[in-house]
Ligand binder design. Sequence first.
Ligand code: F6P
Length: 379
Amino acid sequence: MKTVRRIGILTGGGDCPGLNAVIRAIVKTARNMYDLEIIGFSDGYEGLIENRYRVIRAGDASGILARGGTILGTSNRADPFRFPVLQDEEYIFLDRSTQAVRNFESLGLDVLIAIGGDGTMAASARMLKKGLPVVGVPKTIDNDLVGTEQTFGFDSAVVTATDAIDKIHTTAQSHHRVMIVEVMGRYAGWLALCSGLAGGGDIILMPEFPYDIDAVCDAVRTRNARGKTFSIVVVGEGAKAIGGEVVVKRIVANSPDAIRLGGISHQLAAQIEGLTNIECRVTILGHLVRGGSPSAFDRLLATRFGVEATHMAARGEVGRMVVLRAQKMSSVPIEEVAGKIRTVTPDHPLVKAAQALGICLGHAADVPLEKQLKEHKTS
Ligand code: F6P
């Protein structure tokens, strides 16, 4: 096996708390245990394609454990196989993967540690086939990567969203309103489910389970009848009504994954207000949950991922993504992860717990979620 001396690192996709904690763990482990040199690429795969990099020394990684964002910068437009280039005021997509491999080789790098979500892992799986030795580290506030029990960044997002829901609670109570809190998460409802449960939400709507607006309004009315003159609805940005469509906030022309979701809560507020005559207000948390300092849990998880990824890189164990399995570090082939997302299932223990608490998940309480979903799919 070739001796590993130089490692490249990059952070790709939407940022999240904990990215700097991973970078710090890689730099420290590489120095303390292997005496490896670290090259950091700017803005994800964009930096590798455009040869924008710098040497990351121990001092660069010092004092960044608690800092949000990423010292390397990131991009969610940098797929080496569909790289956007502006031509005659329009974006065209070019395959720049060969250039990326060439840059990697000319820097004398042995391994690339790619820290990112599903887009970064999908690109990494294809780069592997082109001969780029990659080790993956799973990040995202959406928690939707397959293979790992949790991605780093998710816990911090849950903490921030829960704090927001707590604050919304008091004003909801004072004004006897229905308060709708919309959270990110794309096509997965993990953030809505976990922050909704932790924040004591009354109704939680997730992309995986199209909601019945009558069931939602019934839940609000039932609470009112019991003397609870306010309700908290937590909705994932990818949620939709039965027979409805997701709400697209914008199309990002130069992004390989162009659709950005957001705004379902306004539709929901109009419907609930129209059907119940109870005043509704909307709060869209948006990028707020991606910012700030990582939670203690995320600092630990990110640190463990960074340490493990460096061991894997030093051992030449490439083509794999480090994962959390039964609370232990392990790894899976990157190609097993690429192009898939992990969504909330009706039998998940947290879904069952929400139902046991009487939280409305967008369906009539007397109909099992699985049955209603089956009927909805066949109708
Ligand atoms: O994947 C992370 C995420 O924050 C999603 O939850 C959200 O839909 C998307 O990124 C937003 O992307 P952008 O930062 O491009 O608006």
